[in-house]
Design a protein around this ligand. Sequence first.
Ligand code: ADP
Length: 499
Amino acid sequence: MSIESGLSTATKDFLVRSHGHFINGQWVASDSGETFAVHNPANGEVIAHCAAGGEAEIDRAVKAARAAFEGPWSRFTSAQRSRVLWKIADLIEQNFQQLCELEILDNGLPTPLAQYVCGMVVPEFFRYYAGWPTKIEGATIPASPQGKLPGQVFSYTLREPIGVVGAITPWNSPLPMVMLKIAPTLATGCTLVLKPAELTPLTAMRLAELCAEAGVPDGVINIVNGFGDTAGAALAAHPSVDKIAFTGSTEVGRKIIHAAAGNLKKVTLELGGKSPVVIFDDAKLEEAIPGAARACFFLQGQNCMAGTRLFVHEYVHDQVVEGIAAAARAMKIGPGLDPSSEFGPLISAEQRNRVASYVEAGLIEGAELACGGKALSSPGYFYEPTILTQTQPDMTPVCNEIFGPVLCVQRFGDDDLDDVVKAANSTIYGLSGSVWTRDLGTAMQMVRRIDSGQVSVNMHAAIDPAMPFGGNKQSGWGREFGKEGLEPYLKTKGISITW
Ligand code: ADP
């Protein structure tokens, strides 16, 4: 009996539906009738078919979003928007099993991680943002425009929703990526047209239905399925979209900027990373070793925050490498639906080939293999967690974001703090990073000097709904999460009144 036969009825029923676009509260097909297949990365089988949208569907969705923004949604009070966000969190919990199964089938992540995401991360994020609508405030300003004296003029600011938001999300963490766009949209009173990754559209579609069930009016949240260079490009270029929120590769981020230039829409980008993990010789190794293994191999390394460049003090280098290699070898590789699996497949055969080619390039350039380095022969797109040692800053797998389970190790010596900082920062990216030490002075110096949007000490990728997250350098523009995550969805109006 296959693992898939144990899926819940709700999931089975969802998969066999014909999946269109969610526009103005209705599921609709593409004008062209075109569809694409969605695959389970754990075995390569087709699990669903989706309508492939283009310019026509994007235009229809943007018009629906504009009408909702100017119509019913604008009459919702902030307290009503809070209640809707809270209700969405409740519905996510009530549909926990189905969302977990769809996310695993679509993306391949292991069951315990899917349970954490669907049972904790996503509902708690919606609850965090449920607190904000009633607290979005402007200011009174002690201004004297045109020489007015105090008492002759009243100046203040209004914080207004930016309007129609276009969101484009990647496949590596489908539901959390969609959550990051929907929650601030609803909290600020914006409306949304979302194009989920074509490789993983399932949970985005289900979440749109749950939003409707929670009382979000028609047209506020719209989903258009399709490919990046058609549906995605049309959304980024649409003249009636006020802002684009994009998460994906740096390469596509650049295309979004060009496409958005037509009407100068505002753009936030959460892009690639090549984050450093720095382990000093005084670190508590029983925590640093599993911590570094998780930092790189979490989500099979298909994670923009992944700690893929490891810098280890020479005194502990061998012990750390052996420890992480032992942890990697002990990971149970298998389909995410098998609850005992700890390490799932990569998203596609193409991604697996890409990872393999980076490892090969590193070995040709002189790196050594401490573990891994092979694709599995079983069905699905599995690739072993891999460690390359003796790497140099200019080697191909060190300079490029691989988006796979490949850790590149470099060593440093005793008096090299400046050199370690320089090496850690010698990347075009600046998203995350971690420092492992018991010395507070070392930690404080390192966190100030690592050029990343997020740095953690004795932990990696410390994500929380309240903590701003985003990239420096070519890792992006703007921040998501926390109060700062609302800013790109708001605009400020300065108002002065005299009488
Ligand atoms: P990843 O490397 O994570 O697949 P991509 O940057 O390729 O990330 O894709 C992220 C999202 O961007 C996906 O939804 C994809 O369809 C979309 N996309 C790809 N190319 C374009 C484009 N030219 N314009 C707009 N969106 C695009």
